[in-house]
Design a protein around this ligand. Structure first.
Ligand code: TXA
Ligand code: MG
Length: 458
């Protein structure tokens, strides 16, 4: 069964183009420089004033926390990259409170004679009507006044209108477009709690709007979705909506929206023509699978490791930020585990027996933390209390994909706390356990957190 020694721990490379963070000048007793803001009227005022004046603010959205700065002040935009340690080749998303504000940032080809709007603009109208406010980022041509640092020189920029009431409130109050990537250290797991942001970026000169502080007006759940927005690009020339990053909004939902379900149809016959547009997915983790066997019949497969740099080069059509190694827990080596391509209960029982015989260390190459889905790994002998399993959590005991999405990043961060006791994290390959349209976004994050490395149990 099992084994083999796949590639070493997943660590994101640190590009040489990075600028270091601004030096720390004043620290609190615990070494933190960041300031937590309460979700109160005064807190929102302070947050929006910070943004207007070019300072950094981390804030919650319905997907993950973002690290925001005024998108129109170039030095503020540069400070986002510096704070995160993010390469400047990776463009930022601009957050705005409504579709009208988005049209101050992006533009579309002019309408043909006698038509109210171009097809690209009609697609934008349709998508924003159906999905905004919400977890859809739309990439289109950037208007001239958007600093090129935001679009990483691509000439295209993503716009997103978050639905979280606190994010909405801040965006409306500050009155400027806010560039914001996820508020984590580059390559690390995206944050779904203020504490995650503090852990990664607390030593920097930022303020963090504390969405978990339930004391006041905006006491609503933060990061309900738990994985980042779906990113699409509107391509007039090919008449395609290109999915650059999968997320909570699925390909099927996008296709339905394009077929006119839910759209308002303003613009007449142009809307009839966008029905012919295609929704295509690029840069999927499936494309990144190289799939080498390890030579002597063992069940660990090494996936082709695509160097981060190579993927970054794919500017222009793919999402430059879609690296194979992403969401990696610090100091842990992650693997996807394919638990039950096995057809029968008998086969599962046999497998469980084998794993128990070998012990988890023997079966999977070392002590590990298990992140399960729907009890699938527990069913193969990788459950709580098994020898060698030093920590066990189930993303969704009932197999609900939305619940798994909401838990995933917090669980990956939890695994780091056990790194003294185990070096490996085994994550159930959710795409194998459950085959559904909405699985793609979660499965993509799991795949990247494991840098595509798979242990196949047989
Ligand atoms: O849910 C979200 O989208 C969160 C919250 C904070 O809004 N933001 C977020 O941003 O995930 P970030 O920067 O961590 O990921 C955005 C990704 C980029 O890495 C890149 O892959 C893609 O979206 N992207 C952004 N602008 C793009 C552009 N102009 N062209 C191509 N891809 C772009
Ligand atoms: Mg990110």
């Amino acid at each position: 069964m099992v084994l083999g020694t796949p590639t070493g721990p997943a660590t994101a490379t640190t590009p040489s183009t990075l600028q270091s963070c601004t030096p720390i000048t004043s620290k609190s007793a615990n070494g933190m420089r960041a300031k937590l803001l309460p979700p109160t009227v005064a807190g929102v005022d302070e947050a929006s004033e910070r943004l207007r004046s070019g300072k950094l603010l981390a804030f919650p959205t319905e997907t993950v926390y973002g690290l925001g700065a005024n998108a129109l002040i170039e030095s503020a935009v540069v400070s986002i990259f510096a704070c995160k340690g993010r390469p400047m080749t990776d463009p930022l998303i601009i957050h705005i409170p409504d579709a009208a504000s988005a049209l101050d940032c992006v533009e579309f080809a002019s309408a043909a004679a006698g038509e109210g709007m171009s097809e690209g603009r009609a697609v934008f109208e349709r998508l924003t009507e159906v999905f905004w406010p919400g977890a859809l980022t739309i990439v289109a041509k950037a208007k001239k006044h958007i600093p090129s640092k935001v679009s990483a020189g691509t000439g295209f920029v993503g716009v997103r209108c978050p639905s979280h009431p606190l994010a909405q409130r801040i965006l409306a109050a500050c009155g400027v477009p806010v560039a914001a990537p996820s508020a984590n250290r580059f390559g690390h797991v995206s944050p779904t709690k203020a504490a995650h942001v503090m852990k990664d970026l607390g030593m920097s000169d930022i303020a963090v709007m504390n969405g978990e502080d339930k004391r006041e007006l905006f006491a609503v759940p933060t990061c309900e979705i738990g994985i980042e927005s779906t990113v699409v690009k509107i391509n007039d020339e090919t008449r395609e909506v290109i999915v650059l990053r999968r997320g909570a909004i699925t390909q099927r939902e996008l296709e339905e929206a394009m077929r006119g379900l839910g759209g308002r149809g303003r613009g007449g016959e142009v809307f009839e023509r966008i029905v012919e547009w295609k929704v295509v997915i690029v840069n999927t983790h499936e494309e990144m699978k190289g799939g080498e066997e390890d030579g002597d019949g063992r069940v660990v497969k090494k996936r082709r490791k695509i160097e981060n740099a190579e993927v970054v080069k794919g500017e222009g059509h793919v999402a430059p930020g879609q690296l194979l190694t992403h969401y990696a827990p610090d100091g842990m080596d992650c693997f996807l585990v394919r638990p039950n391509k096995l057809k029968t209960n008998n086969e599962l029982d046999r497998l469980k027996h084998k794993v128990q015989e070998l012990g988890v260390e023997g079966a999977t190459g070392g002590a590990c933390v298990v992140i399960d889905f729907n009890g699938a790994l527990a069913g193969c002998g990788l459950g709580e209390g098994c020898r060698g399993v030093v920590g066990y959590k189930d993303l969704s005991k009932k197999g609900i994909v939305k619940e798994a999405a909401k838990n995933l990043f917090a669980f990956l961060r939890w695994s780091e706390e056990l790194r003294g006791e185990a070096g490996r994290v085994l994550i159930a390959d959710i795409a194998v356990v459950k085959d559904s349209d909405e699985v793609a976004g979660v499965s993509d994050r799991c795949f990247r957190s494991a840098s595509g490395k798979v242990i196949e149990l047989k």
